[in-house]
Design a protein around this ligand. Structure first.
Ligand code: DQA
Length: 146
C-alpha cells in the first residue's frame, strides 16, 4: 500500500542543522531510512519535502482525494499553520505527526502543535527513529491492530 511522507521547511537541510537536536542523518539518508523501513513493513512510501506551505496543502488535498495514509513532519508549520491543519483535517486515511526532536522539551513556542488535534497520534523525540515508529504505528492502524 502506498503512503505519503511529508516533510516541512528546513528538513532538507539537516546536513547543516544542529545534529545534537535533529540527529546525524542528512535528508537523503533520512529519506532512504524511511523508504526502507516502509518497505520492510509492506508499505510503499513516497517521501517528499517542501519549504512551501501551499505545496504541502496541495499534497494533502491530493492525499485526501486518493485516500492515502500520511505521515507528516510539518516542521515549524507545526506551531502555527492553521491552513495545513485544515487541509490535514480533510484526510480520509490515518494521519500520524512526527518530529525528530521533542518539541515539548524545547522553546515555549514549540510546545503548541496546531496539527496534533487532527492527527491519529504524534511520535516525537526519537530522532530518525520517530519515522520508523510512525511507520510501525501506521501499519498497525491500517491492518486494524490498534
Ligand atoms: C521539528 C521540530 C520543529 O519545532 C522545528 O521547527 C523543525 C523540526 C522536528 O522534527 O523536531 O523544523 O518538526
Amino acid at each position: 500500500m502506498k503512503i505519503l511522507v511529508i516533510n516541512g521547511p528546513n528538513l532538507a537541510r539537516l546536513d547543516i542543522r544542529d545534529s545534537s537536536i535533529y540527529g546525524d542523518l542528512n535528508y537523503g539518508e533520512l529519506k532512504s531510512l524511511i523508504e526502507s523501513a516502509a518497505k520492510s513493513h509492506g508499505l510503499d512510501a513516497e517521501v517528499r519535502q517542501s519549504d512551501d506551505e501551499a505545496t504541502i496543502i496541495g499534497w494533502l488535498h491530493d492525499a485526501a482525494d486518493s485516500r492515502t495514509p500520511v505521515i507528516i513532519n510539518p516542521a515549524a508549520f507545526t506551531h502555527y499553520s492553521y491552513a495545513i491543519r485544515d487541509a490535514a483535517e480533510l484526510l480520509k486515511a490515518p494521519l500520524i505527526e512526527v518530529h525528530l526532536s521533542n518539541p515539548m522539551s524545547r522553546e515555549e513556542f514549540r510546545h503548541t502543535s496546531v496539527i496534533s488535534g487532527v492527527a491519529h497520534g504524534t511520535i516525537a523525540g526519537f530522532g530518525p527513529n520517530s519515522y520508523v515508529l510512525a511507520i510501525i504505528a501506521l501499519k498497525n492502524l491500517l491492518s486494524g491492530a490498534n
